[in-house]
Design a protein around this ligand. Structure first.
Ligand code: AGP
Length: 614
């Protein structure tokens, strides 16, 4: 949500800022703006709609070639997505320009105070108050850094703020509380970004900031402090991916590129997990074996696609480790007064590591003294930083709003966690664990096999461009896959799509079935309890009522053929691992259908890549 860029250095700031905003477009936004510092004045432009609107405006009315600037893509919270409400916001006497991500919860009070003092508001946003407050603080503060520290002490809520002062053109000042911000370290230039994509083109050296910190960048250096002015330090790290990872690489969408990267992503997330002795090792775990042995309950918290990965994790952990697992939506977790003890392990799954609901949930768990383990893709993000341990998924940057390789690598991390716990707790023999690891090692190949069937899936999508409703059925580990398939379709094709546990059909959802309704059916592998046969009965039931059954079933499963209007086969893998292959046709279907419908697949309407406000 909201993209933020700041720059000070030797190059024309306009180019650096606009390019940075372009690389942050994937976060989701509905307006864009830029402010530059030009010899004692602030010049800015901001437009509703896509970045192209801003670029067009700048093309018609060029901005000066200066070397300090800030930019913003806004995902509206307070006030409609109009030119007026777009960021940057400029203070009353145009000394300060500010961009902001987050929500200033006490803005109404601050706004009333400013209006009482005679300040006229130019927008309906919460952000604008920060610009006016900074300008007023600058009447007594020695510089923008101190003004920012003072203002931040008055703000409530979550925020990343970035500001420039017209009278101090070589300084950009930023602050963060519960909202993402990273510093890019260059030579004779420095950068600020909501994430490293904003400056990856220029530097791969980054500085992670802590909570409640103010950072000042100049050409010469970077200075960090607390809101109270006390000196502080960020953590410097090297970004382990480069510009090419943030490009489409010949694909029409980042999402499609990311779908096709999944064999490599799965392989990378498995890399280096087995020690010389064959034992499973998780380097970033940080929780001791004894801590893990003491665990008597696991609660998984996550949102959206990550929540569905958590559902699969529950099946795997309970099966291999015999520890009770609850899976909870992060947004609901805190509000139900969950029972947490020091022997509860809370596992937070988040691709971005910045999802506000998940972050608040782990904070709640830590206050109750439970241990928190993050499963995360983004190095330097807040959730792993605030957790007791982390399993990084190593998927590489995920730019498409719809998670694909993020999901698959989360599944891998969940399996690894389950097997690791089984190893530590001794609930499975070493050779059983090894056998599953071998099966996981085969997965990149199986994922590729599924991707080789893309044309089959695209043909299916072409048959459904007029479709307005699709159901998804699954059982066991196939149930979260059904939910994920439905989510992908809602997000991208904007059509009614619902996932159900197939066993629930007769308890209500079957009433939705009518002539011609497409129903995706994720069929469990054959030969495991009655799971498979029950699913086949479910397929027969919907088909008897006119549904068009689109089945995803194990290769060689002859029992499905008579009841499948379309059949996509998946390699033969154990039921717990089947989500890794069964979800691929659903990703490809949603991506292709949305493309055929003319939708923006990478930036679906109303959505943001990381949801940084609650
Ligand atoms: C996935 O396609 C979604 N865009 C969304 O549900 C996402 O998974 C959710 O917002 C959680 O994000 P996170 O993994 O970054 O925490």
């Amino acid at each position: 949500m909201c993209g933020i860029v700041g720059y000070v250095g030797g190059r024309p700031a306009q180019g650096v800022v606009i390019e940075g905003l372009r690389r942050l477009e994937y976060r989701g936004y509905d307006s864009a703006g830029i402010a530059l510092v030009d010899g004692g004045t602030i010049v800015s432009d901001k437009r509703a709609g896509k970045l192209a609107n801003l670029e067009k405006a700048i093309g018609e009315s060029p901005l000066p070639q200066v070397t300090t600037g800030i930019g913003h893509t806004r995902w509206a919270t307070h006030g409609a997505p109009t030119d007026r409400n777009a960021h940057p916001h400029v203070s009353q006497h145009r000394r300060v320009a500010v961009v902001h991500n987050g929500i200033l919860e006490n803005f109404a009070l601050l706004r009333a105070e400013l209006e009482h003092a005679g300040v006229e508001m130019a927008s309906e946003t919460d952000t604008e108050v920060a610009a006016h407050l900074l300008e007023r603080e600058l009447e007594t503060a020695p510089d923008l850094t101190v003004a920012m520290q003072r203002v931040c002490q008055r703000l409530e809520g979550a925020f990343t703020l970035v500001a420039v002062d017209a009278l101090d053109p070589d300084r950009v000042v930023a602050a963060r509380r519960n909202s993402p911000l990273v510093v890019g370290l260059g030579e004779g230039e420095n950068f600020l970004g909501s994430d490293v994509a904003a400056f990856i083109e220029h530097t791969r050296e980054a500085l992670e900031l802590g909570q409640d910190q103010v950072v000042t960048i100049t050409r010469e250096g970077v200075q960090v402090s607390g809101f109270d002015g006390s000196p502080a330090q960020g953590r410097q790290y090297h970004v382990d991916w480069d510009l090419s990872a943030a490009e489409k690489d010949g694909h029409d969408w980042f999402m499609r590129k990311e779908i096709f990267e999944q064999p490599r992503a799965v392989a990378d997330s498995l890399l280096g997990r087995r020690g010389a002795d064959g034992q499973l090792q998780l380097d970033e775990m940080r929780l001791s074996d004894q801590d893990l042995r003491d665990i008597d309950k696991i609660i998984i918290i996550a949102a959206g696609t990550s929540f569905y990965a958590g559902m699969v994790a529950k099946y795997a952990i309970e099966h291999w480790c015999r520890i009770p697992v609850e899976v909870e939506l992060a947004s609901e977790f805190r509000y139900r007064d969950p029972i947490l003890t020091t022997d509860t392990l809370v596992v937070a799954i988040s691709q971005s590591g910045e999802t506000a609901d998940t972050l608040q949930a782990i904070r709640h768990a830590r206050v109750q003294r439970s241990k928190v383990l993050a499963i995360c893709n983004t190095n330097g993000s807040t959730i792993p930083r605030e957790s007791d341990g982390v399993i990084y998924t190593h998927a590489g940057p995920e730019i498409g709003v719809a998670s694909t390789k993020g999901f698959l690598t989360q599944l891998v991390a969940c399996y690894l966690l389950a097997l690791y716990l089984a190893q530590i707790k001794g609930t499975r023999f070493g050779d059983e664990i090894s056998q599953v690891m071998d099966q996981l090692d085969d997965m990149p190949g199986h994922v590729q096999t599924m991707l080789d069937k893309a044309e089959e899936v695209y043909a299916l999508a072409r048959d459904h461009v007029e479709t307005r409703s699709v159901l998804f059925l699954g059982r066991h580990a196939g149930y979260p896959v059904a939910l994920e398939g439905a989510l992908k379709l809602k997000e991208l094709a904007y059509i009614h799509a619902e996932g159900f546990a197939a066993g629930e059909l007769k308890h209500g959802p079957i009433a939705l079935v009518e002539e011609g309704l497409p129903v995706f059916c994720v069929v469990p592998p054959q030969g495991r309890d009655q799971l498979h046969d029950k699913m086949v009965s479910g397929i027969q039931e919907v088909r008897a009522r006119g549904a068009r059954t689109l089945c995803i079933a194990e290769e060689g499963d002859a029992s499905i053929e008579p009841y499948a209007d379309a059949l996509i086969t998946v390699p033969s893998v154990p039921v717990l691992l089947q989500p890794l292959v069964a979800v691929l046709p659903l990703q490809l279907f949603a991506c292709e259908l949305a493309t055929l419908m003319g939708h923006d697949v990478d930036q679906p309407r109303n959505l943001a890549k990381s949801v940084t406000v609650e």
